[in-house]
Design a protein around this ligand. Structure first.
Ligand SMILES: Cc1cc2nc3c(=O)[nH]c(=O)nc-3n(C[C@H](O)[C@H](O)[C@H](O)COP(=O)(O)OP(=O)(O)OC[C@H]3O[C@@H](n4cnc5c(N)ncnc54)[C@H](O)[C@@H]3O)c2cc1C
Length: 813
């Protein structure tokens, strides 16, 4: 087939993900799309994958993607008339500990939100599903009836057939060799000719970093990924399995011993064992061993020694495994992003370019990833909030060593539990605050926020600060008494929190105000004041929230969450009107939060400023002899100011604030304090899964203003029809665990909503859940239940006002 001179979309890479993206584009009517594959389809990681297809994931977005993909696969063979070996066998996931059982309970709850049934089992129930297993050290497990395995090449070819049938083109043996941008279009270069297109997609699997380099001159960044070598081996046939299969007319369910870290599956009549080993191996990381230009259909040499411990453990679990020898080993490359989740979405910094790569479970996720990638391209938004997979979640700190260290850590802990008070040790100290050393000296126990080190809590001498102490889902732990003290200091006295990495943009130019009004849902502040503003997508859903400080008629600073840095910058940049100037100043200034009833007294000692200026004002001031901006606002919900100053001056200011008696507090305390005020957290409470009206943000929406902001029509429509869901604050009789994200909210047997964030409020002494429920249940006093790690807990809907200081008197004091 010859290379066409134009196309609407060019996808680079013909693995399952690229092909699924093409399939979804073509199916939605975008038939003028071309996929370039340098070899044969599936030549990268796809051809040799084991093909396991779980629904299970602890990321809601990823679980949704898998749920959708597996549903698609179940009907695909018939839909496109292409045979696929797909065995829906079900799976058992084993738990060695109580904590693992709790994780399973929560996964089962999340699954229920999307109509999936997963059952938490006793050891005896596990045996009914999987008779060949020893139970010696098991607490129980999880049964997922829709897990299974699929032939990766066949499913890819089936998707390709579906794409072609809808008019899309696939060019095999046609490597893309480069890209350039001309007159607002992409030119994708190949040895057989060039294609001019509107959109381009990097779906090049473990070659994604190579392809990504071509985009750096157009605003791109090095793709943050490293390649891991992953193995599974097949055994000779096992007569007992053959006999069981024959008798039952099906394959054995798949088994995952996640605490040991392997899966074991039936392959024909033998076994397939695939461990994720701690002593893992990153590939192609040494200068003398670079990634070859072409590794199509190739494998690494066998390295079974690395797996020995896992093989022995698996043989103790399923003794049948030891009865036959190894028939074949597969050792192939998998690309890992630093958190092990895929990259699907807009390519950071580059217009009309998208990414769909770094899949560690690309067979299970490919179906859903294609849908998500295609939606980004066609509509600029996705059905489900996909922030967990958005490439913009990694910013400027992910150098090569970071990527390798994180990939090794994630791979070696592939099935690890992600406890709420645990932080992972690899890749740390990429971005430190101006007062980092002082924070450590004060006992700061650090966490990472967009690469910035911030204290989560402050330990006292003798506190247990070990990693082991964090291996719990409970609220209590060494941090708890300290977090309580920190919250009480903010409530009764004054606290200081070092907050480096607040994302900060400057926007100015003629008519900047009018342009902003056309983007946000609400109103701009007057000069000298600040407002919280919201950006909606076309469906009226919550795209993001920013604080806007107005310095002059057309001169603004916009401040947003650390994690939102690149995302929010693009919300502004890609729609910017001609003549406006936008810059990212995150690295130029840094921030302290000083909050508590004694904060005015504190600043009277050390600041030259007008401390009578009201709530939501800002001013240039001098603090401890240094220039600073004081902003009268408090995410902690007490009288307070944010201090914004240069990195150079901040140590002096921080020292003066500590000397004046402020107690340092950390991010855990801040989270508790903001929950009590009902302040929403980014990508928990604030996400594109909810509209602004559902999110209870009505007072930030001005439907009567003349500007036609994105989402206005959708919100007007929703206002007329009435919202079906509503944001509420609940008090929960929670026991020793607060409600995690996506805990189910129940009314009798009905699932009526979900928790978007939960935690303990030390000022109100209660477990708080922020969440979304059916509108008819949003009335204050409504009694509901929240399912926390499998335990039903009574929950009561609260009035639509902050739990702490509902009239905001303390803030305005
Ligand atoms: C041993 C092993 C077992 C696995 N088991 C499972 C499993 O059980 N379940 C599961 O879900 N996942 C599994 N995986 C992971 C899975 O294989 C990958 O996640 C998935 O194949 C990724 O698909 P992809 O389309 O992103 O990348 P790839 O399949 O690597 O496709 C990328 C394609 O891009 C092409 N390409 C690169 N550069 C260019 C260029 N310049 N021009 C044109 N084309 C280019 C390549 O040739 C390649 O075909 C396993 C992986 C390994 C190694």
């Amino acid at each position: 087939m010859s290379v066409p001179s134009t196309a609407r979309v060019v996808i680079i890479g013909g693995g399952i993900v690229g092909v699924s993206t093409l399939y979804h584009l073509a199916k939605d009517g975008w038939s003028d799309c071309v996929l370039l594959e340098k070899n044969e389809l599936t030549a990268g990681s796809t051809w040799h994958a084991a093909g396991n297809c779980p629904n299970f994931a602890m990321s809601f977005g990823v679980m949704n993607m898998q749920r959708y993909g597996l549903e698609l696969y179940r009907g695909l063979a018939d839909e496109v008339d292409y045979p696929i070996n797909y065995h829906v066998t079900g799976s058992v996931r084993l738990a060695h500990t109580h904590e693992r059982m709790m994780e399973f309970e929560h996964a089962a709850t999340m699954a229920r939100h999307m109509g999936l049934q997963m059952d938490v089992c006793t050891p005896e129930e596990l045996l009914q599903h999987y008779p060949f297993m020893e139970l010696h050290d098991l607490e129980g497990g999880l049964w997922d009836p829709l897990d299974g395995d699929i032939d990766p090449a066949q499913v890819t070819q089936a998707l390709a057939k579906g794409a072609r049938a809808n008019g899309a083109k696939i060019l095999r043996f046609t490597p893309a060799t480069g890209v350039r941008r001309e007159n607002g279009e992409w030119i994708v270069e190949t040895e057989k000719g060039e294609i001019r297109c509107e959109y381009v997609v990097n779906a090049a699997g473990y070659y994604a970093p190579r392809v990504g380099e071509w985009f750096i001159p157009y605003g791109g960044r090095p793709v943050p990924a490293a390649v891991m070598s992953h193995q599974y081996f097949l055994t000779e046939p096992v007569p007992e399995i053959a006999e069981w299969s024959e008798r039952n007319g099906r394959k054995l369910p798949l088994m995952r011993d996640v605490d040991t870290s392997y899966y074991l599956r039936q392959e024909t009549t033998g076994f397939n064992l695939g461990p994720y080993e701690r002593n893992c191996q990153a590939a192609w990381i040494r200068p003398e061993d670079p990634m070859p230009d072409d590794f199509s259909f190739q494998l690494y040499p066998d390295d079974l020694d690395r797996l020995e411990w896992y093989i022995e453990d698996a043989m103790a679990r399923v003794p049948l495994l030891g009865t036959q020898g190894v028939s074949r080993n597969i050792n192939g490359p998998i690309p890992y992003a630093p958190d092990g989740l895929p990259m699907v979405g807009p390519m950071p910094g580059v217009p009309n370019a998208f990414e769909a790569h770094s899949f560690t479970f690309g067979i299970a996720q490919g179906g859903g990833a294609g849908k998500v990638a295609a939606e980004w391209i066609m509509y600029g938004q996705t059905e489900w909030d996909m922030w967990s997979c958005d490439p913009r979640r990694y910013t400027d700190y992910t150098d090569n060593q970071y990527c390798i260290d994180k990939a090794m850590e994630v791979y070696g802990h592939e099935y690890a539990m992600h406890f709420p008070h645990h932080t992972w040790p690899a890749g740390r100290d990429r971005k430190q605050s101006a007062v980092h050393a002082k924070v450590l000296e004060l006992g700061g126990q650090m966490g990472v926020y967009n690469g910035w080190e911030r204290a989560n809590w402050f330990a006292k001498p003798g506190d247990d600060t070990s990693e082991e102490a964090t291996q719990t889902w409970t609220r209590s732990g060494p941090w708890e008494p300290r977090v309580r003290e920190e919250c009480e200091a903010v409530r009764d006295h004054v606290g200081v929190l070092d907050l480096p990495g607040f994302s900060r943009f400057s926007l100015s130019g003629d008519d900047a105000a009018e342009w902003l009004r056309g983007r946000i849902t609400g109103a701009l502040p007057k000069v000298g004041r600040m407002n919280l503003v919201y950006f909606a997508d076309e469906r009226g859903r919550i795209l993001t929230e920013m604080s806007v400080l107005r310095h002059g008629d057309d001169d603004f600073t916009l401040i947003t969450a650390a994690a939102a840095q690149w995302h929010d910058f693009e919300v502004l940049k890609f729609n910017l009107a001609d003549g406006l100037t936008l810059s990212d100043q995150t690295r130029e200034l840094t921030t302290l939060i000083v909050s508590g009833p004694k904060s005015r007294d504190l600043f009277e000692q050390i600041a030259e400023a007008d401390l009578s200026l009201g709530w939501l004002t800002h001013q240039n001031a001098v603090v401890a002899g240094k220039d600073a901006m004081l902003v009268r606002v408090s995410f902690a919900g007490e009288l307070g100011w944010e201090v914004h100053a240069s990195f150079e001056d901040m140590p002096t200011i921080y020292a003066a604030i500590l000397d004046a008696g402020a107690k340092p507090f950390g991010m855990y305390a801040l989270n508790s304090l903001r929950l009590e005020k009902g302040y929403r957290a980014w990508k928990g409470d604030l996400s594109t899964d909810y509209t602004l009206l559902e999110g209870g943000l009505d007072r930030f929406v001005r439907l009567d203003k003349p500007q036609d902001f994105p989402g206005k029509a959708a919100l007007m429509n929703e206002k007329q029809q009435g919202s079906t869901r509503r944001f509420v604050t609940m008090i929960i009789d929670a026991g020793d665990c607060d409600a995690p994200y996506m805990s189910a909210v129940m009314r009798g047997d009905d699932l009526v909503g979900e928790i978007t964030s939960g935690g303990w409020g030390y000022r109100v002494n209660a477990s708080i859940g922020l969440g979304i429920v059916r509108s008819d249940l949003a009335e204050p006093g409504t009694e509901l239940e929240v399912e926390i790690y499998g335990k039903r807990c009574k929950a009561t809907v609260q009035p639509d006002a902050p739990l702490w200081d509902p009239e905001n008197e303390r803030i305005r004091a």
